[in-house]
Design a protein around this ligand. Structure first.
Ligand code: ATP
Ligand code: MG
Length: 168
């Protein structure tokens, strides 16, 4: 059994981690789609696809699931998005997502969708973590240790602050 899970992972946090550990118990292989892969160096999308691959590989080092982390660029064409995805991923049986548009598109294409339970969503959200980074508030406890290390290595908080600034 092979499953598909997509997110932007800006950054990869403990909500994503908890979903993946629970999916891992149900499937043999997991395809992790890194959405909006082409976006980087923006306040809502600070990290490159390659940096997000690094976060995921290091964070999942100890998890017993065979996974593929695949960058998926935006195509801005919802009606053909599912075939675009399936044309570049290994075949899969089930898509796991809570995103309403993604649910609608997969269901219309006849692919079964499961909605994973939310893990402390108030704090474990990319938007909240980026807000904390910009405000110099605590954020490292919301991501796997390995992800905090990657963000330190690439000086990610400095980048986020800089690309979120203005020249005013
Ligand atoms: P952003 O605020 O930047 O949109 P996000 O936290 O929503 O970030 P995404 O990268 O958009 O994270 O994640 C996409 C997938 O991860 C979605 O299916 C979303 O429902 C799921 N997800 C996000 N946060 C959690 C969480 N705390 N618990 C479980 N699933 C989550
Ligand atoms: Mg989101």
């Amino acid at each position: 059994k092979r499953a598909f899970y997509i997110g932007r992972f800006q950054p990869f946090h403990l909500g994503h981690y908890s979903v993946i550990t629970s999916i891992a118990k149900e499937v043999d292989e997991l395809i992790i789609g890194i959405g909006s892969a082409q976006r980087t160096h923006e306040s809502n999308n600070p990290f490159t696809a390659g940096e997000r691959v690094m976060m995921i590989r290091h964070a999942l080092e100890d998890i017993d699931v065979h996974f593929y982390a695949l960058p998926i660029d935006d195509i801005q064409q919802n009606p053909i998005w599912v075939s675009y995805v399936t044309s570049r991923t290994p075949p899969f049986d089930t898509a796991y997502t809570n995103n309403p548009l993604v649910i609608e598109l997969f269901e219309e294409a006849g692919i079964s969708v499961k909605q994973p339970p939310m893990y402390h969503r108030e704090q474990h959200s990319g938007t909240e973590i980026r807000r904390r980074m910009l405000a110099d508030e605590e954020w490292k406890h919301l991501v796997p240790d390995a992800v905090a290390d990657v963000i330190d290595e690439i000086d990610g908080v400095r980048r986020l602050k800089r690309v979120s600034g203005t020249d005013g």
